[in-house]
Design a protein. Structure first.
Length: 342
């Protein structure tokens, strides 16, 4: 039994016929467009009309790709930022170390020049640590008795006096800084030559120039150097600079406040001086005993001479008075010796 569609729905060409028709039309259009560019305008119009639809279709892809790129970019930027920070920190540390080494090199050069130009024997050293006592201004330096460091030796750097060695150990030494309250240095004013003594203060930040009369010619800005009269510090070492002078009518001495010229707390490399003042020795007990012995011998000679004179004049005196002269001469000799001893 053959099936046929109802007459209401009229059947068109067969599928095979339609296939050949459209394939032929496509070939004609391809050949025509390839040779004569006839469909260029049509293609542009269709492309322009479909562009919004294409962009709308690509929005999800762009969002996904953009989000992924943003995440990757943020992660890479953070990593790069951290890397740059680490590198910047390393460069900053290196720059700080380079600046410190440069300053230390310059400091050592000045110390070397000072050591070369100095006629005094010096021992280079450096500060190892501060003492534990917070009420004193003392530090521990390298070098002790094995390096010929002596107690009382001045300690300086290229800018001036730092302090004085107060205790010596075999490999270390204790230095009392210039600003310690118990430290005293004989100084003189460079401008006028006035001599005085400068002391540290309890606070340890400034110095006190004492025993300066109110009428003395001392003013702010004057520089103080060691005068060398104590036999400990060589003359001419820079010590301090006057920063304030207070004069009052009811006091005998003015209050002169000074600041150290050398960085007492900031110094690192130092020089220990071995200064020989070549001062004459003080009189000793042996010299005093010798002087007394010489005086006694001279007194005995004087007593003997007096006794001889009394003996020579004795007969005349005895003939006149009838009294023995030996007793008189003995009394005279005894009185002479007693006076010489006194």
């Amino acid at each position: 039994m053959e099936y046929s569609p109802p007459p209401l729905f009229k059947q068109g060409p067969s599928a095979l016929a339609r296939l050949f028709t459209f394939v032929g039309l496509a070939l004609v259009l391809l050949i025509t467009d390839a040779r004569f560019q006839t469909l260029e305008v049509v293609r542009e119009v269709i492309g322009t009309g479909l562009y919004p639809l294409q962009r709308a279709a690509l929005v999800p892809r762009d969002l996904i790709v953009g989000g992924a790129d943003l995440f990757v970019t943020i992660h890479s930027l953070r990593s790069e930022n951290q890397t740059l920070r680490d590198k910047s920190l390393q460069l900053s540390v290196r720059a700080s170390q380079a600046a410190q080494l440069l300053a230390e090199n310059e400091h050592l050069r000045r110390l070397l020049q000072l050591q070369q130009h100095s006629t005094i024997q010096t021992t280079p050293t450096e500060i190892q640590y501060d003492t534990r006592d917070p009420f004193t201004q003392k530090v521990i330096i390298a070098g002790g008795s094995q390096q010929d460091v002596q107690a009382g030796a001045p300690v300086v750097n290229e800018k001036g006096v730092i302090g004085q060695v107060t205790r010596v150990f075999p490999l270390q030494s204790e230095v009392t800084l210039l600003t310690d309250k118990d430290q005293a240095v004989p100084v003189q004013v460079v401008r006028t030559g006035i001599r005085s003594v400068i002391y540290g203060t309890p606070k340890g930040d400034v110095l006190d120039l004492r025993f300066v009369p109110t009428s003395a010619d001392v003013k702010t800005g004057d520089e103080l150097v060691t005068n060398g009269l104590d036999g400990v510090y060589p003359p001419g070492l820079p010590v301090a600079k006057v920063i304030r002078v207070d004069r009052q009518a009811d006091t005998t001495f003015a209050r002169v406040v000074c600041e150290p010229l050398a960085p007492v707390r900031g110094a690192r490399q130092l020089l220990v001086l071995r200064y020989d003042a070549r001062t004459p020795p003080h009189p000793t007990n042996t010299d005093t005993g010798a002087a007394k012995a010489a005086g006694k011998a001279k007194a005995r000679k004087g007593a003997k001479a007096a006794a001889g004179k009394s003996t020579a004049t004795g007969p005349a005196a005895s003939g006149a008075t009838g009294t023995g002269s030996p007793a008189l001469s003995a009394r005279a000799a005894s009185a002479t010796v007693t006076g010489a001893r006194q």
